[in-house]
Design a protein around this ligand. Structure first.
Ligand SMILES: Nc1ncnc2c1ncn2[C@@H]1O[C@H](COP(=O)(O)OP(=O)(O)O)[C@@H](O)[C@H]1O
Ligand SMILES: CC(C)(COP(=O)(O)O)[C@@H](O)C(=O)NCCC(=O)O
Length: 430
């Protein structure tokens, strides 16, 4: 999978050059989400490995007319790609974008010979913080899209359009959930990035941020770094696999002489106090195993988020809690802890669901913001049609269009692009 490959590459010091070598594809649209910890990029390229079919051949160089006779639009076939960088290594991201030659093939280049007219959709705090840097180093203007709006648009897109996107994680098993588009709302979106935002989503552009907590992914990684000396987030996660939280956490049984506190529904093995054990032990930090600390930390933060999410779901009578953000990282113990917390507190009434493109909600939402109606903006939408051949792209399930992932991890899809935006003419002129 491309995402895995890129993550591995980023572990290496010369990672960005490796990544750049693989990236000779032609980009027509690109959006960026610059968060407190990570930069996420979603781009559409026409050179993806998507199989072709007679109705919609892959087209690096030509425009296609929409078969329904809409002469104002063209179709581009290709793949949506997902890339991430650590925000602290923003230079890698700049080099990557520079290698993509956006100046030439442009996300949105309006005027010939005017490098500084390139605009890309950008969200997250970094769209403000790094605006000058992008301008200075790449000549790119960041066209800001509000962060919560982007998260919601990204989540809605994934839930409606992408096949096998949402799943529950129960008893160590992923179960994919096919959500009926007519029965998607309302739901609680919980985005676990550096901090956590909780958003009640009632419709396509109808939402309200109802809560949040500063105890999130940044807390796990920051505290973990201090307490275990791990050098990377993935190392800390890996370490947590081998740990035993009972060495660090004070359990109900530790307080109740090994017994359950049955009257209030607490088993002896339930955590009474996260990180509570060292209080009564005369030991130093070095006397505890880093893996046990990592495990307790992960459990404490996941549990806490699961509980706050449940309380907010309860507040608004929501049954579905959809979780995104890179903290989750498709990590079994994290998902299990959150699922168990939601199930326990809601007595099975609410369900926690995870997303395969968990960390890219904001970037996807910003990408979706390239919309019609403004001559300065590139009109864009995913085309809803079924290819004749079964090879890839989209299929219809329950009357809706679904997008598939190809073997490189990109989402095969097609974009409908207004004729008024002449991508390839602009390429030549820029
Ligand atoms: N390679 C990584 N480096 C740093 N943090 C990571 C990494 N992979 C996953 N994470 C986790 O993801 C969190 C950031 O998630 P993300 O959704 O990208 O939020 P933000 O928008 O705040 O950057 C981090 O706080 C950390 O818990
Ligand atoms: C400020 C943020 C929206 C920024 O998003 P992030 O970069 O963490 O993804 C987020 O960190 C957050 O919601 N923090 C919690 C703040 C609070 O409600 O207390």
């Amino acid at each position: 999978m491309e995402r895995k490959l890129i993550d591995e590459k980023l572990e290496n010091t010369d990672s960005s050059s490796e990544l750049i070598k693989q990236s000779a594809d032609e980009i027509s649209h690109l959006a960026i989400d610059i968060g407190g910890s990570l930069i996420k990029i979603v781009y559409f390229s026409t050179n993806s490995k998507c199989s072709t079919n007679d109705e919609a051949p892959t087209l690096p160089k030509e425009r296609q007319e929409v078969p329904n006779g809409d002469l104002n639009h063209h179709i581009l076939s290709g793949g949506l790609h997902f890339v991430k960088f650590e925000t602290s290594k923003i230079e890698d991201c700049i080099n990557f974008l520079s290698s993509k030659k956006l100046q030439q093939c442009g996300a949105q280049c309006h005027h010939s010979h005017a490098v500084d007219k390139i605009k890309i959709k950008a969200t997250g705090g970094g769209a403000f913080k790094f605006a000058d840097l992008f301008k200075e180093k790449l000549g790119i203007t960041l066209d800001k899209v509000e962060e919560m709006e982007s998260l919601v648009a990204g989540a809605n897109f994934l839930l409606k359009a992408v096949n096998h996107e949402a799943y529950t994680y129960i008893g160590g098993r992923k179960e994919y959930v096919q959500i009926d588009q007519n029965d998607l709302y309302p739901y609680l979106l919980v985005n676990i990035g550096s901090g956590v935002s909780m958003i009640k989503v009632d419709g396509d552009e109808k939402f309200q941020r109802v809560s949040g907590t500063s105890v999130g992914g940044g807390t796990f990684w920051g505290l973990g770094k201090l307490l275990t000396k791990c050098k990377s987030f993935d190392e800390l996660l890996e370490l947590s696999h081998q740990g035993n939280n009972r060495v660090i956490d004070m359990l109900v049984g530790d307080i109740y002489g090994g017994m359950d506190y049955a009257k209030i529904g607490l088993a002896s093995t339930a955590i009474a106090s996260s990180f509570g054990k060292p209080v009564s032990e005369n030991r130093e930090l070095e006397d505890y195993k880093p893996e046990d600390i990592a495990r307790s930390l992960l459990r404490m933060i996941s549990n806490n988020i699961g509980q706050i999410a449940y309380l907010n779901a309860l507040r608004f009578g929501l049954k579905r809690i959809i979780l995104g953000g890179f903290f989750i990282r498709d990590h079994a113990y994290t998902m299990d802890t959150i699922s168990v917390a939601v199930d326990f507190w809601s007595k099975g009434e609410a369900k926690a669901m995870f997303l395969r493109h968990e960390g890219f909600l904001g970037a996807l939402g910003a990408f979706m913001n390239y919309k019609d109606g403004n001559a300065d903006l590139m009109p864009l939408q995913l085309v809803e049609q079924t290819p004749k051949s079964s090879s890839c792209i989209v299929d219809r399930i329950h009357n809706s269009t679904r997008v598939h992932e190809n073997e490189s991890g990109a989402l095969d899809c097609r974009l409908r692009v207004s004729s008024s935006f002449k991508i390839y003419d602009e390429v030549k002129r820029c």
